[in-house]
Design a protein around this ligand. Sequence first.
Ligand code: FMN
Length: 198
Amino acid sequence: MRPEDSLPEILAHAWSLLVRGGADRKSPVHTPVIASVDADGLPHARVMVLRKADPAAATLRLHTDARSPKVTQLSGKPVAVLAYHPVEQVQLRIAGTARVLNDDEVVNGFWDQSTPFARRCYLAEHPPGTPLPGPTSGLPAWIEGQQPTLEQIAPARANFATLWIEVTAIDWLHLANSGHRRAVFRSTNDWAGEWVAP
Ligand SMILES: Cc1cc2nc3c(=O)[nH]c(=O)nc-3n(C[C@H](O)[C@H](O)[C@H](O)COP(=O)(O)O)c2cc1C
């Protein structure tokens, strides 16, 4: 039996890729695609940084601008996450439910942990997607190219939100010359997993 022929090992491997993706900027799983559907039923997909994956809680954490369109599209709604690890030749297609938090103590902690440069993005004057008169970053002119002080950055906290994904299914596809393998794991099945055609 190949290691990839054991369902429990595959589930552990999928989560290990996600945990590494949350911790290692060089991992291709660090920047998954997060997909949502808008009020008109139109699909939207965008790259986001995976901040942390928690296998025990079956959650993923990401950060975003509370004013961005994705927040409305995702709050309390189904979400799809897509990542591909080219070295491992593994595709992860994750389904879950999204929750957006921006006003509790836990979120304050994540805000405080991020670098002033990372926090500077949240000073943008207009919500992401707002039409602009020309090619600008959207940041106030006084902060362009500068590292903000803690005092300067404080008002941006209101724009910072955490996106939590409660994972409900993981679809793992491994490409191999010796034979592709694909398995799907669902929370409703206690994560037991089942084989499906690749
Ligand atoms: C490498 C990379 C990382 C990104 N990381 C994030 C992120 O962590 N959070 C985020 O909100 N947007 C991130 N973005 C920008 C989004 O892809 C997107 O353009 C923006 O959030 C607006 O999305 P929306 O209009 O769907 O809300 C990232 C883009 C790239 C290319």
